[in-house]
Ligand binder design. Structure first.
Ligand code: SAM
Length: 368
């Protein structure tokens, strides 16, 4: 009887905590999707230029409808994302602005704190949700292209500043022999596997003025998007992005550095891609993998990074990896030991977890 009572008390406590968690989560969902609207419609950008602005002024500046914009401005204020400087005024006269510091997160594309792409990648991750329901039932997958431009552009935006601003100035220089090779004659050749829209290839070429980079990606739309990025970076003579399956055994070349940034866990057959990476590595060359910073094993309760990554795994990475069958079905939460198993099976001798500090990512060096 006492035991039953205690169980009831625990159940009530758990129930209330879950209710609170879900209500709190809804707030986050509304924040993310209304940030998506503000970003895609150029509302934050315009506001940062003309603030403080009324709904009418912002609508006129962005070619949007005043009534929708007014609702959005009020919602953003209640959510703590914008400030209203005269909240007691008539609705049409209220003036809104970005609080100090918020433009860094929402508007400034080159700022390391820029996070608007998080809203875009989240919108992309739920885009094919009904196809995902089917995949859960029939065991198939959801192809990367079904997630559309928001996922692709959001992914690119999330890693862009790391690749353009940190990879070549912080992470690669922290590996002295590799850094030295990338600076030396004859010019080093780099193969960037799963390069997406090319920011990592561009980041490496920018940081090392002699290297020649070949990027390969299986997603045609990403390869198309990469071309203007390479042109605008004025790197067409040193960076080439090709539409290729990195598991293709006919992929040829001899590279001093072979990289795979945040993509091994998405692959249906990571071992064959790692095998290609090993084959492409010149004698004395290096292989670098960047993937999610998850812990060694499932513990039942995760840290913040795993909580974040598991969400993407269920909604996006696992279904993408299951789209081509047979698939090993890795998912976003690829444990260090999982990568090690894949690498050893692909013929690498060793996998070293490098002591590079990044909140989201682990860097691994694979020994040929
Ligand atoms: C999560 S995205 C990462 C893109 C980019 N590296 C970045 O960090 O932003 C994973 C990429 O891996 C690519 N990919 C998956 N399997 C591949 C394969 N077998 N060969 C080449 N690219 C592949 C996808 O098309 C996608 O662009």
């Amino acid at each position: 009887m006492v035991l039953e009572l205690a169980i009831d008390v625990i159940a009530a406590k758990n129930r209330d905590a879950l209710t609170e968690q879900l209500l709190g989560a809804t707030r986050g969902v509304w924040d993310i999707f209304t940030v998506y609207l503000g970003d895609q419609l150029g509302l934050y950008q315009a506001l940062s230029e003309i603030e403080p602005a009324t709904a009418g002024e912002l609508a006129a500046a962005t070619g949007t409808h005043e009534r929708y914009v007014r609702e959005w401005l009020e919602q953003q204020t209640v959510a703590g994302i914008l400030d209203c400087e005269n909240s007691t005024a008539e609705a049409a006269d209220r003036r809104f602005a970005l609080p100090a510091g918020h433009a860094e997160v929402l508007v400034e594309r080159d700022n390391l704190n820029y996070l608007a792409p998080l809203a875009q990648i989240t919108a992309g991750a739920v885009f094919p949700i009904h196809t995902l329901l089917g995949a859960f039932r029939n065991g198939g997958g959801v192809p990367y292209e079904d997630y559309g431009a928001d996922l692709r552009e959001g992914q690119a935006g999330m890693n862009r500043n790391l690749f353009l601003q940190q990879l070549g100035t912080e992470y690669l220089p922290a590996i002295p022999d590799l850094d030295a090779r990338l600076r030396a004659e004859p010019p080093a050749r780099v193969a960037d596997i799963g390069c997406g829209v090319g920011w990592s290839s561009i980041g490496i070429a920018n940081a090392y003025p002699m290297v020649l980079v070949d990027g390969f990606d299986l997603d045609e739309a990403s390869v198309v998007d990469a071309q203007p990025n390479v042109r605008e970076a004025r790197l067409t003579d040193r960076v080439r992005i090709e539409w290729r399956d990195a598991g293709d055994p006919t992929l040829a070349g001899r590279y001093d550095l072979v990289t795979a940034f945040e993509c091994i866990h998405d692959m249906s057959d990571p071992v064959s891609v790692l095998r290609t990476m090993r084959r492409l590595t010149a004698p004395g060359g290096s292989v670098l993998v960047m993937d999610e910073r998850v812990s060694e094993r499932f513990r039942g309760e995760g840290n913040d990074v795993e909580w974040f990554m598991y969400g993407f795994s269920v909604l996006h990475c696992l279904p993408v990896g299951m789209a081509d069958q047979p698939s090993v079905g890795t998912g976003t939460v690829m444990r260090p030991s999982t990568l090690q198993d894949y690498a050893l099976e692909a013929g690498f001798r060793e996998v070293e977890l490098l002591p590079l500090a990044n909140y989201f990512f682990n860097f691994y060096r694979l020994t040929v």
